[in-house]
Design a protein around this ligand. Structure first.
Ligand code: GLU
Length: 549
């Protein structure tokens, strides 16, 4: 996340690019930037905040070139600032790139490039790419890009231009989206189709590993094995609103579907358990601090609170640390028993949740150590805690949290795992097994999302019911709470989540032939117990909707 646009043709590139970036705005961003080739030199403008800030900069500086690239950034490495905004340039300032994605091995590459004399100007992972291109450049930009990308690990869609090759625009796609728009004596690149709909309806979908060399009147595509290849030109019939949601009816649905990708992005580059210092360095915490603490206290609100409840299980079982989870707005009114041996973990998608910020501040007064799990770089919570684990879910536009929740769960799993390793609770062998299962999750989720039609038909059957119960045990108890919250928030149907074992202490009285009960019954330690709870529901003629392995 988030987006790039590039142009080569006869139009004023800045107009096309700004218009395109504006149409990608729905993807969310924290800064933006543009570069064009003007009379044999590169002109760049970057701005933090709204795209209109970039518009004003471009207007005063008069961009008139016909080749260029632009970017809206959702920071993953380095805070949102003008220096970190794309485009980035090499040492000579002649090669320019925009990048969408994450370079996993950037630390290693950066070290090597700095020791061979390259000067870095930003904190981004992206900047290594342009210095690598510079390293392999000897007059032919295409071959320099081809060589440079061989050294990259991670996800990247790139747009590249170069002052000394002013009639070429290069696009690269690997694990991050990039399409080529085909016009009359002009070509475009973009992260998503809506950016280009005012200009063309003809698109080429690049495949992973493709590198495309665009000139005003030619398009050459090289596949991952560097063979020149043909890709089909598709003509699309989309109205622009539909396109903005990438064909989905709602942002929430789109974000649900993005989960395989956002989970993968969140663990990307963070699975090297053999080098714990890398992980602890990234989140800015000393491993000794984790050995010294005797308690974790998680604070969060709403959906993040439910993620926090799962975190409690994880920290206790994987790290062997006593853990409690509180609702932010309650925590601050307790008589807190915390000290410098307590680690406070604040969880918030936006990093601006007032009810989570207040307890964080309160805990600091008691000398507690602080860590945040957050999706927005540079937000208040990240500034106020001494260490941060960033989820990389991209902007969440839907009001009800979906992909941010599973991103937080990924974060909690990784933190609990690394804490367990430094405290000697789990061996590296066990950790690798754990990681092997974690990396299966994006695929497993994709498989579940394929059942959309089955899920829809269940919804159709029950949407007129006025009340629902959600039941789960262990890890699935917070999931039951989250399920009930989603149903209330989105369908305006009253729903309650319960620990299944609590049924007999009250809620069982509510069950009759009109009450749908969602039972989360996945195989595990408490599977037999939940089966008994299902029997109890059936004995009262309740409707069982099982979410089962
Ligand atoms: N990882 C890059 C950065 O933090 C690109 C982020 C994006 O795709 O917007 O600058």
């Amino acid at each position: 996340m988030c987006g790039i646009v590039g142009y080569i043709g006869n139009k004023t590139a800045a107009d096309v690019i700004l218009n395109g970036l504006n149409r990608l705005e729905y993807r969310g961003y924290d800064s933006s930037g543009i570069a064009t080739i003007e009379n044999k030199s590169i002109k760049i403008s970057r701005a933090v905040g709204k795209i209109k800030n970039l518009y004003s900069a471009v207007q005063t500086e008069k961009f008139s070139g016909t080749v260029g690239v632009g970017h809206i950034r959702w920071a993953t490495h380095g805070k949102p600032s003008e220096e970190n905004a794309h485009p980035h340039t090499d040492c000579s300032g002649k090669i320019v790139i925009v990048h969408n994605g994450i370079i996993e091995n950037y630390r290693q590459l950066k070290k090597e490039l700095i020791s061979s004399g390259h000067k870095f100007r930003s904190e981004t992972d992206t900047e290594v790419i342009v210095h690598l291109i510079e390293k392999y450049y000897s007059g032919d930009i295409l071959s320099a890009v081809k060589t440079a990308v061989k050294y990259l690990k991670g996800a990247y869609a790139l747009g590249v231009i170069s002052q000394d090759n002013p009639d070429v625009l290069i696009g690269v796609r690997y694990d991050a989206p990039l399409v080529v728009g085909v016009g009359e004596k002009e070509f475009f690149i973009a992260s998503d189709i809506p950016a280009l709909l005012p200009y063309t309806k003809k698109f080429i979908y690049l495949s992973d590993g493709d590198i495309v060399e665009l000139k005003k009147d030619s398009c050459k595509i090289f596949d991952i094995s560097d063979n020149i290849t043909e890709r089909k030109i598709n003509t699309i019939e989309w109205d622009s609103l539909m396109a903005e949601k990438s064909g989905y009816k709602h942002f929430m649905l789109k974000e649900i579907m993005e989960q395989p990708q956002t989970i993968e992005d969140t663990f990307r580059g963070r699975l090297a358990v053999e080098d714990i210092n890398e992980f602890f360095g990234e989140i800015n915490i000393n491993p000794q601090t984790i050995r010294d603490i005797n308690k974790i206290s998680i604070v969060a609100c709403g959906t993040s609170y439910h993620a926090g409840l799962i975190g409690k299980f994880l920290f206790e079982s994987l790290s062997g640390i006593s853990c409690e989870t509180d609702i932010g707005s309650e925590f601050r009114y307790r008589d807190l028993i915390i000290d410098d041996k307590t680690l406070i973990i604040a969880i918030s998608q936006s990093g601006e949740t007032a009810d989570t910020i207040a307890p964080l501040r309160e805990a600091k007064k008691h000398g507690a150590k602080t860590l945040s799990i957050c999706n927005v770089m540079g937000s208040t919570i990240t500034r106020e805690s001494s260490s941060t684990f960033y989820t990389r879910c991209g902007p969440e536009i839907g009001v009800a949290s979906t992909k941010a929740f599973t991103g937080q769960l990924t974060a909690l799993h990784l933190l609990a795992l690394y804490f367990g390793i430094v405290r000697g609770k789990i061996t590296k062998d066990l950790a690798s097994k754990f990681i092997d299962s974690l990396i299966q999750i994006p695929h497993e989720i994709s498989e579940i999302l394929k059942k959309e039609n089955e899920i829809k038909s269940i919804a159709k059957k029950f949407f007129k019911k006025s009340h629902f119960l959600y039941l789960g045990r262990g890890l699935n108890f917070p999931i039951a709470l989250e399920g009930a919250l989603k149903l209330k928030e989105i369908s305006y149907i009253h729903a309650e989540g319960y620990a299944s074992g609590e049924m007999k202490h009250g809620p069982i009285a509510l069950i009759d032939e009109n009450m749908p009960v969602v039972c989360i019954a996945t195989i595990g330690r408490v599977y037999e117990k939940i089966l008994s709870n299902i029997e109890e529901v059936k004995a009262r003629e309740g409707i069982v909707i099982a979410v089962a392995t």
